[in-house]
Design a protein around this ligand. Structure first.
Ligand code: COA
Length: 374
């Protein structure tokens, strides 16, 4: 048995930023266009008028200030309202592979390693650009990695489930190291015309290098324990799959082909599930609240994170104990907790303990207990 460790992480951040002000301006322009176009039906009571969004509501309800996206021009055009992503030819790298490659190279550099040191690639994300060949195998090819690669999807918990898979393989000795990459193009599965959720997501890619602790060339985080759990729920759902069809009436534009959620229920049901999961995981590993120097949580909603932080520590977290990045990145699905970890972990001291936890659709929850070395 070998000791698995996180030896490097990397984050790819797209260049386009959409502030709440820009987002709301476009959404409200779209609403005005829609209401004007459908004025007769609305006046006759056959169609409900759409309501404006508000910057105030978005910040208060979520804690989000802005989001990064691959393409803002389409999203901010009230006549388009989705990213304009060029269909790439089969001879070009896919968009997800390109984003993941950038993050992976940063993770390798942070660890002082090259692709030659990697045995496996896991592409763990909440949506995949195509069915096959696996995006992970494309990334493996672009990096010239020997070994194997595969895709997996556990929605917002993809990264922590991927880390568990990689850590277990490193621990058993079947591989020496793995890159877990999380390219999340959430802007393409968000319905930007839906007032209830148009502010939620952003795009990003993260990468985590997992190796045997003995192979680390600098400071590293020993993976002390991982734990994954799932429980079926329809409260976060996306029906877009390979059986995609038009509606029986022939209308192709089906709302359920994008992200759908019952946000209030998610809030109510996921919080106790996550709090209990973390408490049990910590107890089984003899980790007390007082031992936890940092918690890197999934980044969906600030109130949710505040609640979980308080439950786990038994008090309100001090600034910096539970870093949030969602004000800048919004919800980036599985990548959120890894961005927080990547940006806010290097200052931990030798033997400090921390915990990564993600949660989301499925429902799914994944936690990783880490100890810093060096
Ligand atoms: N602008 C202005 N008002 C808005 C609005 C917007 N964009 N969207 C909704 N509202 C209004 C609603 O119409 C409602 O008005 P009413 O009280 O007059 O009916 C009110 O604000 C509250 O709406 P609600 O949807 O209940 O808001 P909320 O407080 O539950 O917050 C979320 C919404 C999505 C931020 C919150 O439910 C959440 O974060 N849930 C968890 C989501 C999550 O983690 N999902 C995981 C995804 S991977």
């Amino acid at each position: 048995m070998y000791t698995p460790a996180i030896t490097g992480t990397g984050v790819f951040t797209p260049q386009d930023v959409i502030t709440n002000a820009e987002l709301v301006k476009t959404f409200n322009a779209y609403v005005d266009l829609y209401n004007a176009k459908n004025a007769t039906e609305i006046a006759a009571g056959h169609l409900p008028a759409k309501a404006h969004s508000s910057e105030d509501f978005i910040f208060k309800a979520s804690g989000i200030n802005q989001r990064y996206v691959i393409d803002k021009t389409g999203i901010l055009d009230p006549e388009v309202m989705h990213p304009l992503l060029r269909q790439r030819s089969d001879d070009e790298p896919s968009l997800m592979a390109e984003m993941a490659l950038d993050a992976a190279q940063k993770a390798l550099t942070a660890a002082g390693k090259t692709a030659a040191d990697v045995d496996a690639v896991i592409c763990a994300a909440s949506n995949l650009e195509r069915a096959y060949p696996a995006v992970a195998i494309e990334i493996q090819n672009l990096l010239q990695i020997n070994g194997f690669a595969f895709d997996m999807n556990v929605a917002c918990s993809s990264a922590t489930f991927g880390i568990q898979a990689a850590a277990d393989m490193v621990r058993s000795g079947s591989i020496r190291s793995a890159l877990v990459v999380n390219p999340e193009i959430c802007s393409a599965h968000l319905e930007w015309r839906d007032r209830d959720c148009h502010f939620i997501f952003g795009d990003v890619a993260t990468a985590t290098l997992i190796e045997r602790a003995e192979d680390a060339t600098g400071p590293y985080f020993e993976i002390k324990s991982t734990r994954c759990a799932t429980e079926f729920s329809n409260n976060i759902r996306n029906n877009n799959g390979f059986l995609r069809r038009s509606r029986p009436d022939g209308v192709a534009d089906r709302r359920d082909m994008q992200f759908m959620q019952n946000g209030r229920k998610v809030f109510k049901e996921v919080l106790p599930m996550v709090s209990q999961h973390i408490a049990e995981h910590m107890a089984d590993n003899n980790v007390q609240a007082i031992d936890l120097k940092r918690i890197w949580l999934h980044q969906a909603n600030k109130s949710m994170n505040d609640f979980i932080g308080k439950k786990v520590l038994g008090r309100s977290p001090e600034p910096g104990e539970q870093p949030n990045i969602l004000q800048d990145y919004a919800n980036t699905s599985s990548a959120g907790s890894i961005i927080a970890f990547s940006k806010y972990s290097s200052d931990l001291q030798d033997r400090d303990t921390g915990l990564i936890c993600s949660f989301g659709a499925g429902y799914s929850v994944g936690s990783v207990i880490l100890q810093k070395h060096g």
